[in-house]
Design a protein around this ligand. Sequence first.
Ligand SMILES: C[S@@+](CC[C@H](N)C(=O)[O-])C[C@H]1O[C@@H](n2cnc3c(N)ncnc32)[C@H](O)[C@@H]1O
Length: 155
Amino acid sequence: MTNGGSFESIADFWDEQVGEEGDDFHRLLVRPALLRVLGDVSGLDVLDLGCANGATSRALADLGARVTGVDVSARLIELARQREAARPRGVRYLVGDAAHLPDLADASFDRITASMVLMDIENAEGAIREVARLLRPGGRFVATLFHPCFQIPEG
Ligand SMILES: C[S@@+](CC[C@H](N)C(=O)[O-])C[C@H]1O[C@@H](n2cnc3c(N)ncnc32)[C@H](O)[C@@H]1O
C-alpha cells in the first residue's frame, strides 16, 4: 500500500477528534484492556502498529516504554510528530505499511500492539507475518478489534 490508506483523507479530522490522549472510547474502553494484557511495559521496546496520531504510543511512552509508532498515513504521522515536538517523549514515528516493514530489524520488539487496526489493514495476514518476525522470543502481540456485530453493513 502506497497511497496512505483510507485514513489519509480524514487525518486532520481524526487528530482533532482523538486529540492528545485519545477520546472516551480510547481512554475508558479500549486502552485499559490493552494495557492490562500488555502488562508492565516499562523499559521495553514497543511497536504500535497503526498508531494514527500517536495517542496510544504516547500512553505507552508515559508508562516508560521505548515506543516506535508506524502508520501508513503520512499525514497522521506528520500530526503525531507535531505532537511529539510539542511535548517530547522520545517516540519514534515512521510512515510504513504494517505488512512490509523492511527498515525494522528482526526480533527488535518486546511488545507489539495493533489497537483497532487489523480490520483496516488491507493485508492483515502480511502484518501478522511481520509481527512474528519483529517480536523477540517470549514477546507479546496484543490486538484490539471491533466485534463483528459493530461492523457497518457496507464495511
Ligand atoms: C481505526 S484507526 C486506529 C488508530 C489507533 N491505533 C487508535 O486506536 O487510535 C486505524 C489506523 O490503522 C492505519 N492503517 C491502516 N492500514 C495500515 C497499514 N497497512 N499499515 C499501517 N497502518 C495502517 C490507519 O491509517 C489508521 O491510522
